[in-house]
Design a protein around this ligand. Structure first.
Ligand code: C6P
Length: 403
């Protein structure tokens, strides 16, 4: 992989901050965008813009074709059986809210249970909690060991006749743990319970195949995979989506409306009320093209090598405390150094041009389990280099000396 050539596709990577070259290590929050993705947004606004699925005119038809071609690109990317299984949303968070609301409405009642894990992002906790308040359902939590690996024996024990759904992240945004989702789905299915995969932190880094995982639902955001903000995906098996009620009402999601009775559109439009972000979905398709052109295996291999290198170098720093030592891990490293506050470390690294994330990473229950208020997190993407890891290590050493 020619990293320097790849970096040229991302104009922002050559900028400076505080007069220092930018070292962008906050890819778990959002990735930077290659030129071809941004160009596609501009081009579509300038030459194709018209509302989709509504007009008989040329532009509307062309915009609709682009939008639906993007759905097909997503289908192929995650190997769904059909485009009816790909629902466009605003992002992972909206996808989980859609599912919790719709699934909860149809299939859950007082005393029913949802299984989540201790390492979930707030977006995969709070939507279920809202349901808990509304409908009296209960959350059950899969615990983990001190390396940050879920305890599968404990997971199995959580199932009861009241368990209605399992919802777990494939990769932790804090620990980097890659959970054994395929095995966990198999266990859920043995109990006749469907499984939702939060793939926000996996889809950008590894090949994800919904049929191989046998996932019933899978959610992710375009902006974490080199695509634009404001677009996301809810994948659902057709047999499930068919049985779920609509989430929001409005245009597009209807077949016929009268004041007496409304009938709903076919899948996936039943879940897509209002004008979709059709420019954004084209950007997502371009991001998928970009990742495919580099190659998912090559992206995974590069990031794995970079993470191994970073782990080795960071571990050599005195007073380094790392969070997450799972055998299977992604390109995320959380740490604290001595008693330097995570916020101070992050702020001082920023002054050196190094962008990392600090705080609870929208995973406060996990912070509680780790016994910390927050951590510093470095998260890598396909354009990061060993020199950037060296800059991070040198930056941390410098901050240590200051303290
Ligand atoms: N995590 C991070 O810095 P949205 O914001 O809807 O695109 O994604 C939410 C989300 C859901 N699940 C996981 C595992 C995530 O990591 C995220 C987003 C970012 O870790 C922003 S908090």
């Amino acid at each position: 992989m020619d990293i320097q050539k790849i970096r040229e596709d991302f104009p922002i990577l050559s900028r400076t901050v505080y007069g220092k070259p930018l070292v962008y290590l906050d890819n778990g929050a959002t990735t930077q965008k290659p030129r071809m993705v941004v160009d596609s947004l501009v081009n579509e606004y300038y030459s194709v813009n018209a509302n989709v699925h509504r007009g008989v005119h040329y532009l509307s038809q062309q915009a609709t074709e682009l939008h639906e071609a993007s759905r097909e690109a997503v289908r192929r990317f995650i190997n769904a059986r059909g485009v009816s299984e790909i629902v466009f949303t605003r992002g992972t968070t909206e996808s989980v809210n859609l599912l919790a609301s719709s699934f909860g409405e149809e299939f859950m009642g007082e005393g029913d249970e949802v299984i989540v894990s201790v390492m979930e992002h707030h977006s995969n906790i709070v939507p279920w909690q809202l349901l808990a308040t509304r409908k009296g359902i209960r959350l059950k939590v899969i615990p983990m060991n001190d390396r940050g690996e879920l305890l599968l024996d404990e997971y199995e024990k959580l199932f009861t006749e009241r368990t209605k759904i399992v919802s777990v992240t494939q990769v932790s945004n804090v620990l980097g743990t890659v959970n054994p989702i395929k095995e966990m789905v198999r266990v859920a299915h043995a109990h006749n319970v469907p499984f939702m995969v939060d793939a926000a932190q996996s889809v950008p880094h590894m090949k994800v195949d919904v049929q191989e995982l046998d996932a019933d639902f899978l959610v992710f955001s375009a902006h974490k995979m080199y695509g634009p903000t404001g677009v996301g995906v809810l994948y659902g098996k057709e047999e499930w989506l068919d049985r779920l009620p609509p989430y929001q009402g409005g245009g597009e999601m209807i077949q016929h409306v009268s004041f007496e009775k409304t009938t709903f559109n076919e899948l996936p439009f039943k879940f897509e009320a209002g004008t979709p972000d059709y420019i954004g979905t084209t950007g997502l398709a371009k991001a998928i093209d970009y990742m495919n052109a580099v190659g998912m295996e090559r992206i995974a291999a590069h990031e794995s090598e970079l993470t191994a290198y970073a782990l080795e170098r960071l571990r050599a720093i005195p007073d380094m405390r790392m969070f997450g030592e799972a055998a299977e891990r992604g390109a995320v490293i959380s740490f604290l150094v001595g008693n330097i506050h995570h916020f101070d470390l992050g702020t001082l690294l920023d002054r050196l041009g190094i962008a990392v994330r600090t705080g609870h990473h929208c995973a406060q229950p996990l912070m509680q389990r780790l016994g910390v208020e927050g951590t510093v997190r470095a998260s890598f993407a396909l354009y990061n280099t060993k020199e950037e890891v060296d800059a991070l290590v040198a930056g941390i050493e410098r901050v240590r000396r200051m303290f």
